[in-house]
Design a protein around this ligand. Structure first.
Ligand code: UDP
Ligand code: MN
Length: 265
């Protein structure tokens, strides 16, 4: 029997945080998550991998989540794909049998550019797959993870939800409460219209799904990356010790020219 099949392993949670240039957020996220899990009435055996993309190319959130998943797949039974800018206030991270978003209350309305614009964008928290998502490792494998093709900002989460829906897989939802952290939203202009990179990635999305069929061969199975650095990074408290790892990676595939030209993130 492989490690992933043992009962002990199936209850272990691997939290994957795609990351770059959000130091202020990570500095809040780490101790808050450690304290949150330390205070749970029913303890969860968890680890966190912060997956940082090396400087240079636009950010690729989907590919980084794939990397993180692969690094923790053997140790855990289920994974949490977790943005660094949502701090849990009251959320259920316990084991899931089906893909289960837990981002709910507190994050519905967010500024496009705090301090520079009054405009906001609204997330439908009853629908979104983004932000904080619990996935059984088996299901993440089954759908081949995220597409690696979305560089910059946008559409990898929507693409991911279609990967699940196109296979008629059941999903759940837990409406957790989170504290969001402010940042400029790369998906929108100061007037809250779609940004250039968001429009390019919408085009990428439409092309990938253009023949009405599930795109194949893009995901965990096609990903190539190098680990450039790997170190423990807990906050020094007994509760967090040994649980946090920070990994810097290089992705070995290239963005499209129009993604580079749109130049976000
Ligand atoms: N992210 C990051 N650096 C970036 C862009 C994104 O670390 O330059 C990570 C971070 O975890 C963030 C997540 O990717 O929370 C989602 O990106 P972002 O917050 O920009 O997206 P949005 O808030 O618009 O969903
Ligand atoms: Mn965000």
């Amino acid at each position: 029997m492989s490690g992933g099949d043992t009962d002990q392993t199936s209850h272990r949670l691997h939290i994957v945080v795609p990351y770059r240039d959000r130091e202020a957020h990570l500095r809040l996220f780490l101790p808050r998550v450690t304290a949150y899990f330390a205070a749970l009435p029913r303890p969860i055996d968890y680890r966190v991998t912060v997956v940082e993309q090396e400087a240079g190319l636009p950010f690729n959130r989907g590919a980084l989540k794939n990397v993180g998943f692969l690094l923790g797949e053997g140790w855990s039974g289920y994974s949490c794909l977790h943005d660094v800018d949502y701090l849990p206030l009251e959320a259920d991270y316990s084991r899931v049998e089906v893909p289960t978003p837990i981002l709910g209350h507190g994050v519905e309305k967010r500024p496009v550019a705090p301090g520079r614009s009054d405009r906001t964008v609204t997330t439908d928290v009853e629908q979104t797959m983004g932000g904080v998502l619990l996935m059984p490792n088996q299901v993440f494998r089954q759908i081949d993870g995220y597409s690696n093709q979305y560089w910059g900002w946008g559409y990898e989460d929507f693409d991911f939800s279609l990967r699940i829906r196109a296979r008629n897989l059941p999903t759940g939802r837990r409406m957790g409460r989170f504290e969001p952290l402010d940042h400029d939203n790369d998906g929108f202009t100061l007037e809250a219209t779609p940004s250039a990179i968001s429009l390019v990635n919408r085009r990428v999305f439409r092309e990938l799904w253009s023949n009405g069929k599930l795109p194949a061969g893009d995901g965990l199975s096609s990903l190539s990356f190098d680990v450039l650095d790997r170190r423990l990074c807990d906050d020094g408290t007994p509760a967090g010790r040994g649980r946090w790892e920070h990994v810097v990676v290089r992705l070995n595939h290239a963005p499209r020219p129009d993604q580079l030209a749109a130049g976000a993130g």
